[in-house]
Design a protein around this ligand. Structure first.
Ligand SMILES: NC(=O)c1ccc[n+]([C@@H]2O[C@H](COP(=O)([O-])OP(=O)(O)OC[C@H]3O[C@@H](n4cnc5c(N)ncnc54)[C@H](O)[C@@H]3O)[C@@H](O)[C@H]2O)c1
Length: 94
């Protein structure tokens, strides 16, 4: 069975490339967490939805979770549900 990776900040510059690398080069299943907080910080020009959509369209099995990583209970519930083999933290709020 493929290993599972949970990536926070998955729609950002670093997080999205982590998603692509682990999916395409290593064959892992990817779960992404991002709430487009970048658009809150930087306005419409900081919006990362396009990158979320790119991952959803190009990585088979990629699942996006709309979650604020500061929501501790929500993050813990998600980890319990997914039981990832590894977590890559690439959002700015870690
Ligand atoms: N880009 C670089 O060259 C570089 C180099 C060294 C370290 N870093 C660090 O790596 C991290 C990611 O950098 P980046 O350039 O990919 O940033 P980015 O702004 O492109 O991506 C961050 C992503 O995290 C998401 N995010 C932010 N707060 C969130 C929250 N509370 N809940 C859920 N999602 C949230 C944003 O919406 C965005 O999609 C940062 O901590 C940065 O300081 C980046």
């Amino acid at each position: 069975m493929n290993k599972k990776l949970l990536v926070t900040g998955s729609s950002g510059l670093i997080g999205s490339e982590v998603c692509v690398h682990f999916a395409q080069e290593l064959g892992w299943q990817i779960r992404g967490v991002d709430n487009n907080q970048r658009a809150v910080f930087f306005g419409p020009q900081g919006d990362t939805r396009w990158n979320q959509q790119r991952l959803q369209q190009s990585l088979p099995g990629f699942i996006h979770h709309e979650l604020d990583i500061r929501d501790r209970a929500g993050v813990l519930d998600l980890i319990k549900e997914i039981r990832p083999d590894a977590i890559a933290q690439a959002s700015a709020d870690g």
